[in-house]
Design a protein around this ligand. Sequence first.
Ligand code: 2HA
Ligand code: ZN
Length: 269
Amino acid sequence: MKSILDNRPALAVEVNRVAEVAGYLWQKGWAERNGGNITVNITEHVDDVIRNLPAISEVKQIGAILPHLKGCYFYCKGTNMRMRDLARFPMENGSVIRILDDCASYVIIADAPVRPTSELPSHLSVHNYLIGKGSPYKASLHTHPIELIALTHGKKFLEKDVATNLLWSMIPETKAFCPRGLGIIPYQLPGSVEMAEATIQELADYDVVMWEKHGVFAVDCDIMQAFDQVDVLNKSAQIYISAKNMGFEPEGMSQEQMKEMTVAFNLPK
Ligand code: 2HA
Ligand code: ZN
């Protein structure tokens, strides 16, 4: 079957990265059934041939007006599709969409008319925000990491930066590779406009935000980097839980050791 990825190596790299990450999400147990979603802004890889491709769906409303997305193109995981299937067949379990000139609607253009993720409004609102502030970030990831979600069932971890400081102190790498920490968003209905708005607000200060009792939303330059940030945070949560399971409260790195790290790695806070 013909694919939009044929003879477009740079675009294929981007989509294959999504497939690789989708496989990791499934292997880690973070993507039960159709859990999680991924969108990537691929506009920089779009040529005139793609710009002239006809729509293969009717015009669909986004549900929001997103002025910075005019003429943008996104790869989106399909709604109800499974990460474990996307890992093998990314263009059968996801599709490429074009945002139309009204900035409020889109069409699917390739490869098949696979309807995008149920969280499309929040993903696209986030991309609109990122472009608006001149961010180099192109990828957004929503997934269900077990140990991080478990933390959010404890009230104290929902206070500002309590989880961030705990997770940073479990292993030096976490602060180095997730330097902005973990934002917290109180429970909201999945897919709601309120949750999209709260997510954008938290993304001003964090690259990874936690939807209480649901999952994480992460952004970065590409999908692998977004995944890596979540992975280091969840690793720290696993270390914390392992120590608790051995019957003691983990000591954590000292404030001095953390400060030393921050200076040595030139970290923001
Ligand atoms: O797309 O995880 O929150 C499935 C979800 C929605
Ligand atoms: Zn979810």
